[in-house]
Design a protein around this ligand. Structure first.
Ligand code: NAD
Length: 260
């Protein structure tokens, strides 16, 4: 379905990003992986994906909070694959603290990684997409792009901002065959959430199972985690020709959380 397409997926050494990268590669796309982690493990994943899916898979060490590194990553993908058709703005971090105790540098880091990085990725990739009159911008926000929870001021602000950025570029780039959409997942059991379960269990002095049931999934009507593979399938659809008229949307895949 995505043969002869190429994609850059930020934050794809782990969790949702890696799941999306794998699904895009399975559909035939060349992939630029990105993110932090153990170099040997990343190289193993890269080689394994290339062998398994028969597409070209490269890796960029770019820290997406640094605009010049983002620009270099997009340029490297354009050199490796001849073009960038799909960008997935997925890299993200969380920080949980009451507003009056929220460290300035944590606010800045969440904004830089969860929001500004998407601006720099889109800005760098748009000229090539416009020239070829095809592009797919897929932003991974969160249910927290649509609703709020306490103690997550930076994350909620950044994810709402990402939805706004996505809508703006959707309008701006629509006539060039470029779409921009945002996926808003509920809780997915990835390393990011495993960490939150552990932190909250410690903070509230309750067992991890209770954190999952009473804190994490309290609003998620389906009472189960969203699976990475479900999100990846949605990303593949958004990247496909079948989604050409779908742009500017914020698609909740959250087990019914934001219905309330
Ligand atoms: P994760 O921690 O498993 O993966 C995050 C990825 O981002 C990793 O590859 C990491 O190396 C990378 N990353 C972090 N900082 C980076 C930086 N400065 N530059 C480049 N890469 C960087 O997290 P995840 O749960 O897979 O989350 C992926 C995205 O999905 C995030 O934007 C997150 O906010 C969002 N999300 C997650 C959930 C969930 O429940 N897990 C729910 C809604 C939204």
């Amino acid at each position: 379905m995505l043969q002869h397409k190429s994609a850059v997926v930020t934050g794809s050494t782990s969790g949702i990003g890696l799941g999306i990268a794998r699904a895009l590669a399975r559909s035939g796309a060349d992939i630029m992986l990105n993110g932090f982690g153990n170099p040997a493990e990343i190289e193993f994943t890269r080689g394994e994906m290339q062998r398994q899916f028969g597409t070209r898979v490269r890796y960029s060490t770019a820290d997406v909070s640094r605009p010049e590194e983002v620009r270099a990553m997009i340029a490297a993908a354009e050199t490796a694959f001849g073009k960038v058709d799909i960008v997935v703005n997925n890299a993200g971090i969380q920080h949980v603290a009451p507003i009056e105790e929220f460290a300035d540098e944590r606010w800045d880091a969440v904004m830089a990684i969860n929001l500004s990085s998407a601006f720099h990725v889109i800005k760098a990739a748009a000229p090539g997409m416009k020239a070829r009159r095809f592009g797919r911008i897929i932003n991974v926000a969160s249910a927290h792009g649509l609703t709020a929870s306490p103690f997550k001021s930076a994350y909620v602000a950044a994810k709402h901002g990402l939805v706004g950025l996505s809508k703006t570029v959707a309008v701006e780039l629509a006539e060039f065959g470029i779409t921009s959409n945002t996926i808003c997942p509920g809780y997915v059991k990835t390393p990011l959430v495993e960490q939150q379960i552990a932190d909250q269990a410690r903070a509230h002095n309750i067992p991890p199972e209770q954190v999952v049931r009473e804190v994490m999934l309290s609003h998620q009507a389906r009472k189960s985690f969203v699976e990475v593979e479900e999100l990846a399938a949605l990303a593949v659809f958004l990247a496909s020709d079948a989604a050409a008229s779908m742009t500017g949307t914020a698609l909740a895949m959250d087990g019914g959380w934001t219905l309330h």
